[in-house]
Design a protein around this ligand. Structure first.
Ligand SMILES: *[C@@H]1O[C@H](CO)[C@@H](O)[C@H](O)[C@H]1NC(C)=O
Ligand SMILES: *[C@@H]1O[C@H](CO)[C@@H](O)[C@H](O)[C@H]1NC(C)=O
Length: 366
């Protein structure tokens, strides 16, 4: 894409018979098929936004995070790439950088607003960039885009774009911590609040021109090494997973309703919960030797402390991260992320429905 737009700039300058302007401004025509990728969510998708917050850096700012692919810590919670990194590649886009990264950015390719620890609700974690704040940043970026292109071109680009989400898991882990013995009706009420606020966010994106929404749903929260470390014999904790299941049913229903009520609104949901269940139940089928204990961390199941709080504490590190499903207590290895990306991008209806991401990207929205 970079070279295409560059050539167009050069041509424009030649035809006009002008000397090259100081900056070849972004007022070029984007090829019609160019689909940007905007990413919102939590640590599963955060490429390093939290590095730029005025809080103590997270462990993902330190070795061994990033060791496999980047050879340095980037703020990603994995040994290597995350799902959006692979998806950008499949979409023929460059890797989408963190929105907060200083310096010029090509918003015509997209931007990543995700923040580790974030929830749909700000009260889930006030220290990071909650979904409403991510939306504020998104709106700021839309203004910049409209200035760089023009209103009509920006609108078209926002309409073709894909909006990829991973959000909700932290809200439910937080709720579970605070309301371990919540009643069924309290759980349902909380799911309603999360889905209600998420729906507001999706309608805002729709209002700004967004049409193509993709979700990675809430995972098998009770089988994370961090959840196992709190149970007898390291069994999966049932309650957080039950919350995720309630959420995932409500999410599918909400998106279906939005598609039928908002003209042009289209979505895809990748069943992350199911993908992790399958790998937890049958690791070797997917090429993993270990799906309970994390590659990096200390204590039971190496559930925490990967990176050792900036080298102050000891932790264990496996030799081959690709043998493991989990890199740390809550996040997959690059190998796992690659498998998930393939399912999200090209998986059949039992993985990603009602269409996969490739089909969503290729849809022409009238
Ligand atoms: C929740 O219930 C279990 C058993 O039903 C009990 O052992 C536990 O202490 C309760 N937890 C809280 C936080 O009330
Ligand atoms: C959004 O979340 C707040 C709690 O932060 C809740 O009081 C409100 O009812 C939710 N809105 C919807 C539409 O569910």
């Amino acid at each position: 894409m970079a070279s295409l737009s560059f050539h167009f700039c050069v041509l424009m300058v030649m035809f006009a018979g002008l000397i090259s302007p100081p900056i070849c401004h972004a007022r070029f025509q984007e090829p019609k098929k160019h689909v940007p990728l905007f990413i919102l969510g939590d640590s599963l998708f955060d490429p390093g936004n939290n590095l730029y917050l005025n809080t103590t850096p997270e462990s993902s700012a330190f070795w061994p995070y990033g060791e496999t692919f980047f050879k340095r810590a980037t703020g990603r919670f994995s040994d290597g790439r995350l799902v959006p990194d692979f998806i950008a590649e499949y979409m023929n886009l460059p890797m989408i950088p963190p929105y907060l990264q200083p310096g010029p950015q090509r918003f015509i390719d997209g931007s990543n607003f995700a923040s580790a620890g974030a929830g749909v609700l700000p009260e889930t974690n006030f220290e990071v960039i909650s979904l409403p704040q991510q939306l504020m940043y998104f709106k700021g970026m839309v203004k910049v885009l409209k200035h760089q292109l023009d209103d009509a071109e920006a609108k078209k680009l926002l309409k073709r774009a894909v909006y990829l989400f991973s959000i909700g898991g932290n809200d439910y882990l937080h709720f579970y911590d605070e309301n371990t013995n919540a009643s069924q009706s309290e759980k349902r009420e909380y799911v309603g609040i999360i889905i209600g606020n998420l729906t507001i966010a999706l309608k805002e994106i729709y209002g700004l021109g967004g049409r193509k929404i993709a979700f990675q749903n809430a995972g098998l929260l009770g089988c994370l090494p961090s959840s196992r470390s709190g149970t007898k014999n390291g069994a999966c904790a049932e309650k957080p997973s039950a919350l995720a299941r309630l959420h995932n049913m409500a999410l599918a229903k909400a998106l279906k309703e939005l598609e039928s009520s908002l003209p042009g609104f289209k979505y895809a949901i990748f069943d992350y919960y199911k993908a992790i269940s399958q790998r937890t139940d049958n690791p070797s089928k997917y090429g993993f030797k270990e799906a309970k204990t994390a590659c990096c961390g200390s204590g039971p199941y190496r559930a925490s402390n990967c990176g050792g709080e900036r080298g102050r504490k000891k932790f264990e590190l496996c030799r081959i991260p690709g043998d493991y499903l989990w890199f740390d207590g809550g996040h997959g290895t690059e190998r796992a992320n690659r498998q998930l990306s393939e399912l999200l991008w090209g998986g059949g209806p039992s993985s990603t429905a009602p269409r996969n991401l490739k089909q969503l990207v290729e849809l022409e929205i009238m």
